[in-house]
Design a binder for this molecule. Structure first.
Ligand SMILES: [Zn+2]
Length: 318
């Protein structure tokens, strides 16, 4: 049986026709309608699924169910998006709305959780049963899989890894707390830190990598550090210390076999992994044990959300 997997994002609705082993037979992406209602989103999801079916070249009857990964808090057992500020949805029956259009049973999951599942199906985590996936992007998101099942907590809201505090009374966060991990470790935070360093150092080599502050990206400081810029190296080092702080916290709590690092920053590969591994080797409470938590870069990129959503049922508790 094949499955529709849908990654509902603020910018695009990506859908794929996915086999049991996680292979994507066809996929399509449509722009998310701006300011859409529940029905508008469900229409866009159905349209993306039809387009994906077209590229897969398989009969419609071959697809037996669907799964949707969405930003925000969800209640999968009732098919509800409990709260999602990206789309202004509150207790919205998204699963039923999509099910009505596709004529298939529809599972619902948080998008970061779905991406963690995707990495376990056919990405970096195929060999493990305990995995923490952390995404360093606009914010910091995550998913936690324990013994092959998503850790959800009583409200299906566990695993909000970006909102653990690493600096008490630190920078204010949109969640209402101060000093949250994502205020220091997201790509947004790295861009902010890079701009601050540039503003204070008008003659820095950093300006050659981003002639204006608007052109600063998550890569700028890494690129300039690689070219020998001492200021950029200081920015990267400070950023990685904060990334490592939150990461070791997560390892102490979950002691997973594997932590998968995703999001735009994960494109740095070894320049990211090696310094983080060094801190983990020094600070992991279980560092004297034979089996150690490993770090890996996410392998599936944007496809993780599609694959994970398509096959999310196997990771959800009954
Ligand atoms: Zn927060």
């Amino acid at each position: 049986m094949l499955h529709f997997g849908i990654d509902l994002g603020g910018t695009n609705v990506a859908a794929g026709v996915v086999a049991d082993d996680g292979t994507i037979l066809g996929k399509a992406s449509l722009p998310t309608p701006r300011g859409a209602s529940l029905d508008g989103l469900a229409d866009a999801i159905a349209a993306a699924c039809e387009a994906a079916l077209g590229t897969a070249g398989v009969p419609r009857e071959a697809v037996g169910d669907a799964g949707v990964g969405t930003p925000g808090a969800v209640e999968p057992s009732r098919g509800l998006v409990t709260y999602c500020c990206t789309f202004d949805l509150y207790n919205a029956p998204l699963a039923a709305a999509v099910s009505q259009r596709l004529g298939l049973p529809v599972a619902l999951e948080n998008d970061a959780n779905a991406a963690a599942c995707g990495e376990m199906v056919c990405g970096a985590g195929t060999a493990v049963r305990n995995l923490v996936a952390v995404t360093y992007g606009t914010g910091v998101g995550g998913g936690v899989i324990v013994d092959g099942k998503l850790l959800t907590g009583v409200n299906h809201a566990a695993g909000e890894l970006g909102h653990i505090v690493i600096e008490r009374n630190g920078l204010p966060c949109s969640c209402g707390r101060r000093g949250c991990y994502e205020q220091y470790a997201s790509a947004t935070a790295l861009i902010r830190r890079t701009r601050e360093a540039m503003a204070q150092n008008p003659s820095s080599l950093l300006w050659q990598f981003a002639p204006t502050e608007e052109e600063v990206t998550g890569r700028t400081a890494f690129d300039a550090a690689g070219a020998g810029c001492a200021l950029a190296k200081a920015v990267v080092d400070g950023y990685l210390e904060d990334v490592a702080c939150g990461l070791v916290n997560l390892v102490q709590i979950f002691q997973p076999e594997l932590v998968v690092l995703g999001g735009g920053i994960s494109g740095q590969g070894e320049a990211l992994l090696q310094p983080l591994q060094a801190v983990l080797d020094r600070e992991d409470y279980a560092r004297f044990h034979q089996v150690r938590t490993k770090l890996a870069i996410a392998e599936l990129g944007n496809d993780a959300g599609i694959i994970g959503a398509a096959l999310v049922r196997r990771f959800q508790k009954e």
